[in-house]
Ligand binder design. Structure first.
Ligand SMILES: Cc1cc2nc3c(=O)[nH]c(=O)nc-3n(C[C@H](O)[C@H](O)[C@H](O)COP(=O)(O)OP(=O)(O)OC[C@H]3O[C@@H](n4cnc5c(N)ncnc54)[C@H](O)[C@@H]3O)c2cc1C
Length: 389
């Protein structure tokens, strides 16, 4: 007889492993199917920031920023070796579109939402200290603000969450590719291929955490649940030789005013990101030559003496609701869709942030409550520590 689980999750990115951890903590039996490596999709190709998202204040997303800052505070406690506070610098030049008063106002709101803790405070960098800023171009520089936010290793964080889930009894099958599901009255029958062998199992609920592949997963379900209208937008990073010492820089791209981060990463520096519409197979996403040039131009503009030798580059895919206007103004909210309101059998996670994976996972479990049997919780994700391998 096919193995029976409370929850089967498609996708071993941060959302899939986050839901596995929360589900196992609530006492449910759970299996994660990952077609490649954990964090092999977007969750290993992000900007690696655990942050409130200062720029989301511009589009009035106060609730998202506040939730993210709460999750940041929790992750700093639960995963001190994986999530670390860093100094962020926001330089404002005569040509910068955002004026000093606007940035000051944004940072004040950010500090308020961060609970006015020491980590939330910001200050102006004294002009005499500009020379300590890694060779930042100071011609036409008016003001530099310094604030705090956090950085992580996104792939290591994803693996740590899966390990935590496994210690609570969750199972991982990888490489295991989900291929089909048939919805029944009270659950689903699932087919997947593990190491080339056809396997099947049953679940009360299927969680579709396949990120940019989510609509393809829905296509394999009978009867097919309604699919949200989303578009994929690729974000590229380049990893260049040479390291910044002072911290992470929040810059305005001279080409279009978008936010670009320049940050220390491993032995070099990471520069990202871009926003390019993507139509192909998510497995084929690659950094385009024009994205590489765009990011190098930002680096050269702000750090003229910096070596621009590209060591590596990678691109990930954002899943955003279809909309009009510039992509960077589009919602970064997480959407949770059910196949039916009463007794859902499929839940799909669209979009979202690395930072809010834990709170998203808890929302998923709450939304699925009525489809799942009563179980006794064995832990709470509020207190489960995460550590690197
Ligand atoms: C460029 C960029 C930068 C970002 N920077 C940040 C940041 O700094 N901070 C932040 O908080 N957020 C950031 N985000 C957002 C964050 O990275 C994503 O929201 C998050 O990683 C999405 O995780 P996921 O688990 O939903 O998807 P993914 O990580 O893409 O995981 C989906 C997984 O599903 C698997 N899969 C797909 N189909 C199947 C199948 N049929 N069978 C089995 N497995 C399957 C894939 O192999 C993949 O591993 C960024 C996003 C992008 C694109």
């Amino acid at each position: 007889m096919a193995e029976q689980y409370d929850i089967v999750i498609v996708g071993g990115g941060i959302h899939g492993v986050g839901v596995a951890q929360a589900a196992a903590a609530h006492g449910y039996s759970v299996l994660v199917l990952e077609q490649g490596d954990l964090a092999g999709g977007t969750s290993g190709r992000s900007s690696k920031l655990i942050h409130g998202g200062l720029r989301y204040l511009e589009s009035g997303r106060l609730a998202l920023v506040a939730e993210s800052l709460r999750e940041r505070a929790l992750l700093l406690k639960l995963a001190p070796e994986l999530v670390r506070m860093r100094s962020f610098f926001f330089p404002i030049f005569r040509t910068t579109r955002r004026r000093p008063w606007q940035v000051r106002a944004g940072l004040s709101v950010y500090a308020l939402l961060g609970g006015l803790r020491a980590a939330a405070r910001f200050q102006r960098v004294d002009r005499r200290d500009w020379k300590t800023l890694d060779g930042l171009n100071t011609s036409d520089l008016e003001v530099v603000f310094r604030y705090q936010d956090a950085q992580t290793d996104d792939a290591a964080l994803t693996r740590a969450v899966m390990r935590s889930a496994e210690t609570l009894g969750a199972q991982l099958a990888a490489p295991a590719r989900f291929s089909a599901a048939i919805l029944t009255d009270d659950g689903c029958e699932i087919e997947y291929a593990c190491n080339g062998r056809a396997e099947s199992c049953c679940a009360r609920v299927l969680v579709n955490a396949a990120g940019p592949w989510a609509s393809r997963v829905l296509d394999c379900i009978t009867p097919a649940p309604v699919c949200r209208a989303v578009e994929l937008v690729q974000g590229a990073h380049i990893h260049v030789r040479g390291r910044l010492d002072a911290g992470i820089y929040y810059l305005e791209a001279p080409q279009d005013g978008r936010a670009v981060f320049v940050m220390p990463w491993q032995d070099g520096t990471l520069v990202g990101t871009t926003e390019t519409r993507f139509d192909g197979d998510p497995g084929d996403v690659r950094v385009l030559p024009e994205e590489r040039d765009y990011l190098l131009t930002v680096l050269e503009q702000y750090f003229p003496g910096f070596p621009s030798e590209v060591l590596d580059s990678f691109a990930g895919l954002r899943v955003l609701p279809v909309g009009v206007g510039p992509v960077f103004r589009r919602s970064r909210e997480t959407f949770l869709d059910l196949d039916r309101a009463a007794g859902p059998r499929v839940l799909t996670i669209w979009g979202g942030k690395l930072t809010t994976f834990r709170s998203t996972a808890e929302k998923v479990i709450r939304r699925l409550g009525r489809s799942l049997p009563a179980r006794i919780a064995v832990a709470t994700t509020h207190t489960l520590e995460l550590s690197p391998s």
